[in-house]
Design a protein around this ligand. Structure first.
Ligand code: SF4
Length: 267
């Protein structure tokens, strides 16, 4: 897949987030901040130097983010975080203005969606893809009925970090464009069992919904045996399993190695 990297871009208008559910326990934002020695608490959300990136131009006046790209949006926070409510309207304006880009964000706060959309949202902007994250059955049963009811043109389910077996069958309707599944990274990662992944794949195949296994996570159980997988192999090992189904248009953001930049921290 690496030959397609050029069609992706990152945009992190704010940085920092508060933990709200079990999937947040070893949040990668907190881990990365610690690794980079950030002096600001990871729970403190602040605008970044990249806030206006989608409408920034190069010297030759062309857009910094070239037309046609899929923009991974707000990957060092949650786009629907309450702390960011005052800043989001400007983001929607930029998203609307750049109708030549596809903006893809993940959220664990899908229950805030209707409070966060712009007035002219109607049945959704066509250039916005929303990934609803679920990590266990309780979160799936709470978030996905809400997600299915929302006016969003492009929907994906992100079952990651997968920390238990899941039954998504009740939620796999034709509006779901992709289910992407992965284990947890980091030294404290909770184990992910390959049987859970295969069961989710079966559920997707039965409904003919695209399925992607994007990463093994650090502790991976296969045939009852636990394997410790180094970060550098977690994506490739999942890819080698070769169990993706009908994957085409979108690359799951979980496969992106985001490189932290100075401008992600400071306004
Ligand atoms: S919602 Fe996402 S970014 Fe926010 S604390 Fe949880 S895992 Fe981290």
């Amino acid at each position: 897949m690496s030959e397609h990297w050029e069609i992706y871009a990152d945009w992190n208008p704010w940085h920092g987030c508060t933990k709200i559910s079990p999937g947040c326990k070893y949040c990668y934002v907190y881990r990365q901040d610690e690794m980079y020695g950030s002096m600001v608490s990871s729970s403190e959300c602040r605008k970044t130097g990249n806030f206006y990136l989608p409408i920034k131009r190069k010297r030759d006046k062309s857009w910094k983010i070239e037309s046609g790209k899929i923009v991974f949006t707000c990957f060092t926070s949650d786009f629907l975080l309450k702390d960011a409510d005052p800043w989001r309207p400007e983001c929607w304006e930029m998203i609307k203005r750049r109708s030549d880009l596809h903006f893809y964000f993940f959220t664990k706060r899908i229950d805030r969606f209707m409070e966060c959309i712009p007035e002219d949202w109607d049945d959704g902007y066509d250039n916005v893809i929303v990934g609803c994250t679920v990590e266990n059955q309780e979160m799936a049963d709470y978030r996905l009925p809400i997600f299915l009811s929302l006016p969003i043109r492009h929907k994906s389910i992100i079952a990651s970090p997968l920390i238990t077996a899941l039954d998504l069958t009740p939620y796999l309707d034709a509006t779901i464009e992709e289910v992407s599944v992965g284990g947890e990274s980091g030294v404290d990662a909770r184990p992910c069992d390959y049987d859970w992944i295969l069961a989710l794949r079966e559920q997707c195949v039965a409904r003919d919904i695209p399925f992607r296994f994007h990463q093994t996570g650090a502790r991976f159980i296969k045939d009852g045996k636990m394997y410790y997988v180094k970060r550098c192999y977690q994506l490739s090992q999942a890819h080698k399993a070769n169990i993706d189904y009908r994957i085409g248009k979108y690359l799951v953001p979980g496969t992106v190695r985001y490189e932290w930049k100075e401008s992600d921290y400071h306004d």
